[in-house]
Design a protein around this ligand. Structure first.
Ligand code: ADP
Length: 502
């Protein structure tokens, strides 16, 4: 049995540890996964923000270019029909060439259903939109300032050189991109000129992104002062449920182990109890049978027969006490205690219990004192069981005293309850085990118990009975000074007298 319990405990411990490890690993993996997604999200968002910023800048330059083309002080746009292809051919020429070197560029477009042969505002607008939308956009993407005409080339060159990123707009775009990915986190943008280290401790930064129209390119990276908080917030439910599961598993494991150990201890104590009982039962049975045989076999004198009969009576009394003990144990073990309560005076009950033990008390030369109020304290109680409880307490006072016993009984009414205090001047109970003496089968382990007989059932029986009456039992004790047991019971409530009908 011991072996089996030990194996089950080992198996359960291994399973619980494995479960916990697995749970830890799973939570760690979930955290790592979220961390990876977070890192890729903040990088992707930065790239997207930079791309959109570049689009804005291209739009701005394209709009400027349209303005230059529309400005006839800068360029002159002409057109004619190409005789071979039948298409309209436009040419853009600087209006004020500084020298004779006129830079001319010719392009041909066909507008569905229209082939203008001379410049009109519609044709000019058409040309500007198509030219900027295709040619210039393509050049901007490559960072070229193509000199379609010298003036336009110079203006483009100058604009590209002066064009700088709009930091505030980038900030707004990044916030937007982060929010699109469900990230509401604090960050700082670091442009090329800023040193990351000098800007503070940042546990996580994105990769550096290069952008701009031409060399030297701008560089940008974002850093996050508290990425762990965001990560924890993102994984909070997974982690919370995981830790809750772990806590429940550990609690169940601890509870099962404790219950198993308690059951095992109880089983051991019970086995001792049965062994003791068997031994104790054997002695009176053997004594009775020897006495009876002797009376049968020998022709005994009247005096001797009386002596033998006295032995038989004494031993059978002992036997019935032992059987009582077993029955008591069985009864409250199986929760089969049937109580028959009726209103009783607590003082009278205490006096009755003392009276029952008068011979033993006298033999021990015990002094008994009563401190009872004159008014009877009525409690609703089962006489037999409550008497048994008081008997146990008096027997204990007799058993656990090492000098002339002084027994003091006091009854009081305290906050609507009847309280009986039974005080002795015995060996006392060590403070460390006072809370355990009401446990079943518990006996004070050290020298306290001497060679006194007992099964550790009296006080646990007393507790069960008193609690079944809606009361409570407690003690105060000091080693070598004595012990006081307090029993408190609800006072009997008087039923209102039924109305008498005339
Ligand atoms: P037992 O059959 O051992 O007397 P009880 O349940 O009546 O069992 O008491 C439990 C233990 O409490 C006893 O073994 C004893 O050590 C201690 N005890 C009980 N009453 C007293 C007392 N009046 N004085 C000192 N120790 C006591």
């Amino acid at each position: 049995m011991k072996q089996r319990v030990a194996s089950i405990l080992v198996l359960m411990s291994v399973c619980t540890v494995c479960l916990l490890l697995f749970q830890f690993y799973w939570s760690y993996e979930a955290y790592q996964g979220t961390s990876r997604t977070y890192r890729s999200d903040v990088n992707e968002a930065l790239q997207a923000a930079v791309d959109r910023e570049m689009e804005h800048r291209q739009d701005e330059i394209a709009d400027k270019y349209k303005g230059w083309l529309a400005d006839s002080n800068l360029v002159v746009i002409q057109c004619h029909i190409d005789s071979l292809s039948g298409l309209t051919v436009f040419s853009i020429i600087d209006s004020e060439p500084s020298s004779n070197d006129r830079v001319e560029f010719t392009i041909g477009y066909r507008k569905p259903g229209e082939t203008p042969s001379r410049m009109t505002p519609t044709a000019k607008k058409y040309l500007i939109d198509r030219f900027v939308g295709t040619q210039i956009r393509e050049n901007l993407q490559k960072g070229n300032a193509s000199y379609y005409t010298r003036r336009l080339g110079e203006l483009m060159e100058e604009t590209l050189r002066q064009n700088k990123p709009d930091k505030e707009r980038l900030q707004r775009l990044y916030i937007h991109e982060l929010q699109e990915r469900g990230l509401d986190t604090d960050f700082r943008l670091h442009f090329a000129e800023e040193k990351l280290a000098a800007s503070g401790p940042f546990p996580y930064a994105t990769r550096t992104i290069r952008f701009g129209f031409r060399k030297p390119y701008d560089t940008l990276k974002a850093s996050f002062p508290d990425p762990y908080q965001t990560l924890l917030l993102r994984t909070k439910w997974v982690l919370l449920v995981s830790f809750l599961l772990m806590a429940v598993t550990v609690f169940c494991f601890a509870y099962t182990v404790l219950t198993l150990l308690r059951q095992k201890k109880l089983a051991d104590l019970k086995r001792d109890f049965v062994n003791n009982m068997t031994h104790e039962l054997r002695t009176p049975v053997a004594t009775i049978s020897i006495a009876a045989e002797a009376m049968q076999a020998f022709n005994l004198s009247k005096t001797s027969s009386d002596e033998y009969l006295a032995i038989i009576r004494q031993q059978s009394g002992r036997l019935s006490q032992l059987i009582d003990g077993i029955l008591k144990n069985l009864a409250f073990e199986q929760d089969q205690l049937e109580l028959s309560p009726c209103p009783l005076s607590l003082q009278e009950l205490a006096q009755q219990a003392v009276l029952q033990h008068r011979p033993q008390l006298d033999a021990a030369e015990a002094e008994t004192e009563f401190d009872f109020p004159t008014q009877p304290l009525l409690v609703n109680a089962d006489e037999l069981h409550l008497l048994n409880v008081l008997s146990n307490l008096i027997e204990n006072a007799l058993k656990y005293s090492d000098g002339p016993l002084k027994l003091h009984l006091r009854c009081r009414e305290e906050s609507g309850r009847a309280v009986l205090a039974l005080k002795d001047n015995g060996i006392g109970i060590p403070a460390s085990v006072q809370s355990r003496v009401f446990e079943k089968f518990f006996r004070v382990p050290s020298g306290n118990t001497h060679n006194t007989k007992g099964y550790g059932l009296g006080l646990s029986y007393a507790k069960t009975i008193v609690e079944r009456h809606g009361g409570g039992i407690s003690l105060q004790s000091q080693e070598r000074q004595g012990t006081t047991f307090f029993i408190s019971l609800p006072l009997h409530q008087h039923e209102p007298a039924p109305d008498t009908v005339a």
